[in-house]
Write a protein of this length. Structure first.
Ligand SMILES: Cc1cc2nc3c(=O)[nH]c(=O)nc-3n(C[C@H](O)[C@H](O)[C@H](O)COP(=O)(O)OP(=O)(O)OC[C@H]3O[C@@H](n4cnc5c(N)ncnc54)[C@H](O)[C@@H]3O)c2cc1C
Length: 447
């Protein structure tokens, strides 16, 4: 079969790949771009509406973010809002409602009040809700099933009406569709095109797919979730990283137990948001609780054991990885967290264990109110850094400077999709000596 040549090939049709496809199509003068996706649709994995918590992580209620991290995500989170507003997607795929982080008990209440003081300049709209106010705006976190109010103190810090929820699966598809509206360019999407091999040949890269197609490109960006690291390793790049896939599952309810997003206080040692409750846009805003966090030897959920071999290739197991994992397990908080999350997946015990933990947030919840959400959840490709001997708390990008970039995007990767696309579009255009109309990108999405 004849090979197809493109200026840029993007591997992976999740929200990261689609955001870059859109950004390059709309804001650069690059003439031909291909998006290669393994499955028969876009956003079938973590970027799917069922795969994540649908949160625009702006940093105001994410208690595991430092002020510096919040400042960084605020900019990219606003890009998602601006994109959706630009195309009129409010109340179609982006929704506004109340949201808050709550501190329960004296120590957490104190912590939340301090955090409010630290963050109020960056997020001037934040308000503090005491127990009396919470009875009115989010009563189910105050009262138990007998209508008795909880004994310990509780405080919420949040906002009553803000765009906070996005169906990222639907957004992914709009990014691809809006990109393809640029009629003077060749903008092609290939489904069922799993890239199995990438080789550098002079200034070009040659990509082979599982079904035997061959593509060549002047620049390649790999946005393939955990698989990005596997492809990087196979080319000799990113050997100082390993990937630890952390699966997240959810429990759904039939009712509206919460009026908005409610996050609990997170242990800053953990790279994930604490358990929370969210109105699910795909379930008519019924409350969905989660996600859990379980290390699994898989790069994808709901595809059997097909990605177990890729897991071992990306884990990159050696003495250093064993040391990182050992050090994680040595920490009592992390060990307990890992074990508790393991119990969340054991049939019969799972629901009871989860209920016990989530009742701390919604004391009136009963066993019959929650159902393990089959088909919901995804895998976060957490990165292990062998040089620094630690689990990285966010995303990682490998750029060897040879015309190829590999991105691993655990949470908040959906929120930062356009920010990451901005960064990569600049790098791609610099390398290809093409123009990136940054001014126009900023005017549409930032300023
Ligand atoms: C439980 C959970 C909750 C989360 N909650 C949030 C949240 O509330 N807010 C938020 O902002 N983020 C959240 N995230 C993170 C967010 O979902 C991800 O960061 C984001 O979806 C990553 O998008 P991606 O396109 O990089 O990867 P993916 O969505 O994984 O897409 C990768 C794509 O690459 C394709 N692919 C893989 N290998 C190949 C190959 N060899 N060839 C071709 N194609 C390939 C896959 O089929 C897939 O379509 C959450 C994640 C999880 C797991």
């Amino acid at each position: 079969m004849a090979e197809k040549h493109y200026d840029v090939v993007i591997v992976g049709g999740g929200i990261s790949g689609s955001a870059l496809f859109y950004t390059l199509a709309k804001y650069s003068n690059i003439k031909s771009i291909a998006l290669l996706e393994k499955y028969d649709d876009l956003a079938t994995l973590s970027s799917n509406g069922r795969g994540n918590s649908q949160t625009i992580h702006i940093g105001d209620i994410e208690t595991n973010y430092t002020l510096a991290k919040a400042t960084q995500v605020k900019r990219t989170a606003n890009m998602v809002k601006r994109y959706c507003l630009q195309y009129g997607y409010e109340n179609k795929l982006m929704f506004a409602h109340q949201k808050m982080a709550v501190g329960i008990g004296d120590a957490e209440v104190e912590y939340m009040k301090k955090r409010y003081e630290e963050f109020k300049e960056l997020f001037p709209y934040l308000e503090v809700y005491d127990k009396e106010k919470l009875k009115e705006i989010e009563p189910n976190i105050v009262f138990d099933e007998n209508g008795k109010e909880r004994a310990e103190d509780i405080v919420g810090v949040g906002v009553l009406d803000q765009y906070s929820t996005v169906d990222y699966g639907a957004m992914t598809k709009t990014l691809a569709q809006n990109a393809q509206k640029e009629k003077k360019k060749q903008l092609d999407i290939f489904f069922n095109s799993q890239v199995v091999n990438i080789k550098q040949l002079g200034s070009e890269h040659v990509l082979m797919t599982k079904n035997g197609d061959v593509f060549t490109a002047d620049f390649v960006v790999v946005d393939a979730g955990g698989h990005s690291l596997y492809l990087a390793h196979s080319m000799g790049h990113g050997k100082n990283f390993g990937c630890l896939p952390i699966a997240g599952s959810y429990y759904t309810t039939k009712g509206h137990f919460l009026k908005g997003k409610v996050y609990m206080v997170q242990n800053p040692k953990l790279p994930f948001a604490a358990l929370h409750g969210d109105p699910d846009v795909l379930l008519d805003m019924a409350t969905r609780f989660g996600p859990t966090a379980l290390a699994l030897p898989l790069l994808e959920r709901f595809h059997g054991l097909s990605t177990v071999p890729d897991f071992f290739r990306t884990l990159n197991l050696d003495g250093k990885i064993i040391r990182i994992l050992f050090n994680l397990f040595k920490d009592r908080d992390i060990r307990n967290y890992i074990l508790r999350n393991f119990v969340y997946e054991i049939p019969f015990l799972n629901k009871r264990a989860f209920l016990k933990d989530i009742k701390r947030l919604v004391p009136s919840l009963k066993l019959e109110d929650i159902t393990y959400a089959k088909g919901f959840g995804g895998v976060r490709p957490q990165v292990l850094n062998k040089t620094e001997l630690k689990l990285m708390l966010g995303e990682a990008s490998i750029n060897p400077g040879t015309g190829i970039i590999f991105n691993m995007t655990p949470s908040p990767g959906a929120t930062s999709c356009l920010g990451n696309a901005e960064r990569d579009a600049k790098l791609v255009c610099e390398h290809l000596k093409a123009d990136f109309n940054h001014k126009s990108f900023l005017a549409d999405l930032v300023n």
